[in-house]
Design a binder for this molecule. Structure first.
Ligand code: ATP
Length: 541
């Protein structure tokens, strides 16, 4: 991503904060001019004290007090503003990224590891927040301060200003090559940091399995090796930037020495007053400080562009089709016409010219050997992935709609395996239908043979951990079935719903399920004979 594009992205994500930043800039500029006026007041006071000027001493003391009070008030306003804007901006950016990532289109391939995404959302968002709320306004103020100080100095001594302006742009040392190298180094560091976070996140998520496979030592060693790479990369970047900064420092030190010697020789010759000398030194430091600050900000700018680039990669992920849910009333069916699908970067077609009509009210079992494409077909029906060719139509006799994210409301889906969220059982069930009544929750649990919930000490309010820890696989599976049954859709999509159930529980589940299938279409993936017998149709992939 080019720097101009990074700036454009930053401008776009900070929309909604431009007015606030503008106000901050105005306050900061007033602050700068008050500090320059303070220099002017000090010069006059020294000139009055040394007899060069005959102005009123009391009046200038008064101005001095006004300047000091105003500076204090403005710094309080600025730091209060910065802290408030920072938290607002960070929350806003987090929110936008989260909304985007929750709604982005999935093509069957995860572009980023979850740990990498988390790292970007945390660390890169912090960098961008710091840029928008602190660094950019500070740089703006620094430039105004620099311009004001140079202007003021030029009123005192044009020649000296000319010399200083000539010496200062040592910062031009920061050629294109320097910036390119720093950007590359920053990107490398951020990528290693993401790898560390991904490794920690995945290892912690599967720590029980890691322990069971006696893989703990290797996992810890991998972290140490990644950390050692990160350390080396940071050391390399630090050495490079320290060297470049020292070169700039030399330029500034020379500038200060020139101003000092200029003033001293002027004092000796009588062309410079003590007041002017004090003003020289104050102004030179007011020029030097901003220049040093600006040179220090260059690595920060490179970090900002790297962070902006990494966040822009997330926000540029295409979004799923958006729109109002398209709900079909009554019993609905699904017609699949010449469907062809293959995962990105895979030659093999998982489905090739597949056609089938899941008629309204039919009970269909999808069977086939493992890896043949059963779950993929369900994902296509859910419009989680898009077919390469052919189409999927949901119909009810009166209306026909092509499958899309908006037709998901017609589908009650029970995924394979343990898919519970951390929280109470009630919260998990309500993700199926937030408006479900207490009676509906009880009915769904009963149909899913999950009556065991009622005998738990906390009942529906029992808490389960991440991925349903605290419950057995079979218990978690039955709660997931109840959650699917609560969905308002008339088409039930069940992916291996009884894989963790014993024969007796499975028999009861099928018995209870058959009673609620009136007016609904059932599509289920299974390997179990008992379930296949319940179905009116069987298709083998
Ligand atoms: N995200 C993916 N990217 C690439 N290939 C994938 C992806 N998901 C699945 N596949 C491949 O697609 C094929 C079909 O997978 P799918 O999960 O649909 O099989 P399945 O019939 O449901 O298997 P099982 O009975 O084991 O659940 C497999 O060969 C698998 O390797």
């Amino acid at each position: 991503m080019r720097i101009v594009e990074c700036i454009g992205w930053l401008w776009q994500v900070s929309r909604g904060f431009h007015v606030q930043i503008g106000w901050y800039g105005i306050v900061a500029v007033i602050h700068v001019y008050i500090s320059l006026f303070f220099v002017f007041v000090c010069k006059h006071l020294i000139d009055i004290a040394t007899g060069v000027s005959e102005d009123s001493f009391g009046m200038y003391v008064g101005w001095m007090a006004v300047c000091m009070t105003a500076q204090l008030v403005l710094s309080v306003i600025r730091s209060r503003w910065t802290n408030r804007t920072e938290i607002r901006f960070r929350n806003d950016l987090h929110h936008r990224l989260f909304v985007h990532l929750m709604g982005n289109r999935w093509d069957g391939r995860e572009v980023f590891h979850t740990g990498d995404i988390l790292n970007r959302i945390e660390a890169d968002t912090d960098t961008v927040t710091d840029a928008v709320c602190r660094i950019f306004p500070t740089v703006f103020v620094t430039m105004v301060q620099l311009g004001g100080a140079l202007f003021f100095l030029s009123r005192l001594d044009r020649q000296l200003t000319g010399i200083l302006v000539f010496i200062m742009p040592v910062a031009l040392l920061f050629s294109k090559g320097y910036v390119r190298k720093m950007r590359w180094m920053s990107r490398e560091i951020r990528e290693t940091d993401s790898c560390i976070q991904s490794h920690i996140q995945e290892s912690l998520q599967h720590r029980v399995i890691v322990r069971a496979l006696e893989h703990t030592r290797k996992t810890v060693d991998k972290l140490a090796s990644l950390q050692s790479s990160l350390r080396e990369q940071v050391f390399r970047r630090t050495d490079f930037s320290v060297f470049s900064r020292s070169m700039v420092q030399v330029g500034f030190m020379t500038g200060y020495a020139v101003a000092f010697l200029w003033g001293v020789s002027g004092l000796r010759d009588g062309t410079v007053t003590f007041g002017m000398m004090a003003a020289f030194l104050q102004l030179v430091s007011q020029i030097q400080r901003p220049m040093v600050d600006l040179s220090r900000q260059i690595p920060a700018f490179i970090r900002i562009f790297t962070a902006a680039e990494r966040l822009a990669e997330l926000t540029s992920l295409p979004l799923e089709q958006q729109g109002k849910p398209l709900r079909l009333e009554g019993c609905s069916g699904i017609r699949i016409e010449s469907l062809t699908f293959s995962y990105p970067d895979c030659e093999k077609k998982v489905l090739d010219d597949f056609t089938h009509d899941f008629r309204p009210g039919s009970l269909t079992a999808i069977v086939g050997e493992t890896g043949v494409g059963k779950s993929t077909l369900v994902k296509l029906i859910l419009a989680l992935v898009q077919p390469k060719k052919g189409k999927i139509v949901i119909y009810n006799g009166k209306t026909e709609i092509e499958a899309s994210p908006m037709t998901r409301c017609n589908l009650s889906y029970v995924p394979q395996g343990n898919t519970l969220f951390s929280g109470t059982i009630r919260e998990n069930l309500l993700t199926g239908n937030p408006a479900a009544t207490e009676e509906e929750l009880h009915r769904a649990l009963h149909t899913a043979v999950a009556d065991f919930v009622f005998s738990l000490p906390e009942g529906l309010d029992s808490v389960c951990g991440e991925q349903g820890t605290g419950l057995s696989e079979g218990q978690a599976q039955r709660i997931a079935i109840a959650r699917g049954l609560l969905r308002p859709g008339n088409i039930l999509l069940l992916d291996e719903p009884t894989s963790s159930l014993d024969d007796e529980t499975e028999r009861m589940l099928l018995q209870r399920l058959s009673k609620v299938l009136e007016g609904r279409t059932l599509i289920l993936i299974t390997h179990r004979e008992t379930i296949i017998r319940l179905c009116t149709e069987v298709i083998e992939l």
